[in-house]
Design a protein around this ligand. Structure first.
Ligand SMILES: NC(=O)c1ccc[n+]([C@@H]2O[C@H](COP(=O)([O-])OP(=O)(O)OC[C@H]3O[C@@H](n4cnc5c(N)ncnc54)[C@H](O)[C@@H]3O)[C@@H](O)[C@H]2O)c1
Ligand SMILES: [Zn+2]
Length: 380
């Protein structure tokens, strides 16, 4: 007899980075094992948890209780929630609080929260005493499948997103899939766009599985762990081959060149969450690829159909306030893409698709065809 699938069983994904390798532990209620795991990794360590106010309300006490039960001393640093906290002022606040909490060279910073907290706390750890190790406890779907894995940390400059930062890999990632139950449905959906991204860019079978099983991911069935583990495995494999994004890691930017321009055009506001911009961006990338004759129209339609089935925006016209200044203007969108990090000497870099599950990096894309394509989409 085969044993039934144990819902509570955890999955460990290994990020193979030589002497900086680490585990991502994924499963329901794994937050309860945080203290035990930290104590095993670093006997005698002192910790400080960095979190935001919303996450603190739900998950700070369970995290602290787990550390206390394992005899790990900890202190808390709570910042405002939201992208605004990825700034110099909050970095100062966190850094000073870490020093005041006597976090020393061999201690650990614990980032408990979404991508904002992970990026901010990870960067604070990277520069504190020239580098203190940190643990990621991602609490948003986006953070569990994307930002907590791979070691990119940082804050925003008034001149642009993520312009101040460092590569600093965590020493452990604890992704408790039950903490996602308190995430707003809209935030959950936005994170799902990044899950679908892994299928679209490199794994057709996973995409087909998502088409069948997405309901289970949203309701918190065993499919959720499978989707998160598959996503983490995909990211871990790419990152371990190209940690510093000199090549293949750029594939993870599928949908992001269009998406970032849309986020910028909507002022990085609640009108469009990052994952929502990525959803529209992936559909645009697929349709642009189809126009170039790289992918079939059917495949492009298949991608849009799935993202739309889970309730994600897929068209420019789906974005709140579409007709407001900036969004309905192909030149303005192109200008925003040209400011992106992915531009070299006037040519754009896009991640394009040859099929569902097969993305390619296209350097040297001329701006004019992109402009014409956007113009046509805006009229559609
Ligand atoms: N480092 C990377 O590789 C990387 C990759 C992708 C994105 N990012 C960054 O991640 C950030 C976006 O991450 P995000 O979408 O997680 O945003 P976020 O951290 O702002 O979280 C979204 C919202 O959900 C709340 N929240 C988080 N977990 C919750 C929970 N379990 N219950 C209730 N509320 C919860 C937060 O308080 C916040 O209000 C951006 O700054 C982006 O630049 C980084
Ligand atoms: Zn993203």
């Amino acid at each position: 007899m085969t044993a039934p699938l144990k819902h509570s069983a955890s999955v460990t994904v290994d990020v193979a980075l030589g002497d900086r390798a680490y585990d991502i532990v994924i499963g329901r209620d794994v937050l309860a094992s945080l203290g035990e795991r930290v104590a095993a990794l670093r006997p005698g360590v002192r910790t400080a948890i960095v979190t935001d106010r919303t996450v603190a309300k739900h998950w700070l006490e369970p995290a602290e209780a787990s550390l206390a039960a394992a005899g790990v001393p900890t202190s808390r640093i709570v910042v405002e929630e939201g992208e605004g906290s990825k700034c110099y002022a909050t970095l100062t606040q966190v850094s000073e609080a870490l020093i005041a909490a006597k976090i020393e060279r061999n201690d650990l910073v614990i980032a408990l929260g979404g991508g904002v907290v992970g990026d901010l706390a990870g960067f604070a750890a990277a520069i504190l005493r020239r580098g203190v190790d940190f643990v990621q406890v991602p609490t948003s779907l986006l953070a569990q499948v994307d930002s907590s894995v791979g070691g990119k940390t940082g804050i925003n400059s008034p001149q642009g997103k993520n312009l101040i930062g460092a590569f600093h890999q965590p020493v452990l990632v604890i992704a408790d899939t039950s903490v996602l139950d308190t995430l707003s449905p809209r935030q959950f959906r936005a994170g799902y766009a990044e899950v679908a991204k892994y299928g679209i860019l490199g794994d057709e079978a996973f995409f087909a599985w998502l088409e069948e099983n997405h309901g289970d991911i949203f309701t918190g069935g065993a499919g959720r762990e499978h989707a998160i583990a598959t996503s983490c495995r995909a990211k871990a494999e790419i990152v371990s081959r190209d940690e510093r994004e000199t090549g293949e890691r750029a594939l993870l930017n599928l949908g992001h060149t269009f998406g970032h321009a849309l986020e910028a055009a909507t002022g990085f506001s609640d009108r469009l969450f990052h994952g929502e911009g990525v959803s529209v961006g992936m559909v645009l990338a697929a349709e642009f690829s189809a126009q170039l004759g790289m992918i079939s129209n059917d495949d492009a339609t298949r991608i849009a159909r799935h993202l739309s089935a889970v309730g994600l925006p897929t068209r420019l016209q789906d974005i709140a306030g579409f007709t407001q200044e900036g969004l309905a203007d192909a030149d303005a969108l192109l200008a925003l893409m040209a400011q992106d990090k992915k531009v070299k000497r006037g040519k754009l870099t896009f991640i394009l698709l040859e099929a569902v599950g097969r993305a390619v990096i296209a350097n040297n894309v001329e701006p004019q065809p992109v402009r014409d394509f956007l113009q046509a989409k805006l009229k559609a």
